[in-house]
Design a binder for this molecule. Sequence first.
Ligand SMILES: Nc1nc2c(c(=O)[nH]1)N[C@H]1C(S)=C(S)[C@@H](COP(=O)(O)O)O[C@H]1N2
Ligand SMILES: [Mo]
Length: 161
Amino acid sequence: METALKVNGLVQTELNLSIEDFQNVTEAYQVVDITTLMPGREGQAITLEGLLALCQPSAEAQFLGLHGTLDDFHASIPLAAVRERGLIQYAKNEQALDVKAGGPFRFLIPDHAACNTDDIDECANVKFLDHIEFTAERGFDNRPEDEDEHAALHAHENTEN
Ligand SMILES: Nc1nc2c(c(=O)[nH]1)N[C@H]1C(S)=C(S)[C@@H](COP(=O)(O)O)O[C@H]1N2
Ligand SMILES: [Mo]
């Protein structure tokens, strides 16, 4: 499985970030304990601001495409809504994030809305994240759209575990 995070689309610098690249991101963009921002969650992350500093999206980039290839799960969310709070988790207990914990990378949004209530909902906390794409228009998004779809998705998750 791919263990780097590909970052492309409307950016000045395309990236392919390994866990070492994440560890080497400057301290100002590191979240050493996610619990401080999202009670109940543990691990290490960089802020989305940190990623933006590295890839420098163009002014036309209005949407963030979050792709989890492993289970074909995708979200496309307005960049402006998450630019100041979005996180990309890359480790837990300082170790690479296991696929069982949603790794190799995971998008996280502190203060997200409940599932299906808003664009910036819990469902946009994309696991198995391996590709982030900056686009001008909203891109592919197959988050569950209602309670039934949501229940079906979680039932499927449970049978896999
Ligand atoms: N790749 C992937 N990411 C995903 C999902 C999924 O099915 N696949 N489910 C989403 C949904 S609907 C929710 S509510 C949250 C659940 O996160 P949790 O398992 O950490 O509580 O993960 C989101 N991220
Ligand atoms: Mo969800």
